[in-house]
Design a protein around this ligand. Sequence first.
Ligand code: MN
Length: 318
Amino acid sequence: MLRPSKHGRATAFQLAGSALALRGPQGERARRSRQAPANLFRSDDRPFPGFGGLTTNQQEGRGTLVSMLTRRPLTLLHTADVHLGLDFDPLRAERAFEAVISLAIENAVDAVIIAGDLFDHNRVTAREVDFAAAQINRLRVPCVVMPGNHDQYDAGSVHRRIYLADLCGPVHMLTEPEGSALELSDLGVTFWGRPVVDHCPEFHPLEGAPTRESGGWHVALAHGFHVPRGEDSYRSSPVRAEEIEALGWDYLAMGHVHRYWDVSAGDTVAVYPGSSFTYEADAAAAGSAALVTLDPTAGVSVQRLRVARHSATVGGGQ
Ligand SMILES: [Mn+2]
């Protein structure tokens, strides 16, 4: 389940089974079948230097990512809910995305995360796709993209119709329905994400997220609705505070809620960056993005960035 990646010593791998697969009688078979190889990759057949591979954690029913990477200072530009192809004002979303990419360049980040809803719907035109690709191709750093509920990875998904990774040099897609990890060893970071395939209450974006062992930074992506501690929710794609705490990763890049919102829990720093555009008619209103700094000494910090609108070119009257 390994495939080479285009960014130097990068690897992508799918988790062997998921929490969903562990439910019911079929799940029990799946669990037994996972017990044989405790470590999927022996040390002598690691595909790339520094790649630790995946082990299973029988007690928790979660895989464990073992990384041989070392932490180094890392900055990420995290955006979500870009909604290119926005029905009522496509130019508004486009200008905002252009501004987000400019912020990434100006801040000289090491990588960009788009945590769902890059596209507003699956009917986006070739022109809109070309616009997205042209903007992403302004980057000279990796861009990790995961589908959200507006561009969900079902049979009709825009991400099955067009392949951003082919159009854009920097793009790595996280589209494995049960979740997949992507290790960028040059940056000392491992990403994991489970895309929205069916936006419903039964879908839990963090279900099946592996535990992590020391070594490098661990950054997860989740597109869903935050549920505060102890509360029940019938909303689709819930991400519970308890799940964020149990994740125990360095950073959780959220998407779906259109305002900047810190939902950190336990040791996991978790933030919604907010939509890159704003529905406000006020030209002074702005969307937002998150500038994430991961420092081996100072830890993880997040700064809310304002995404300025180009008021002279954005259509008003909404
Ligand atoms: Mn969404």
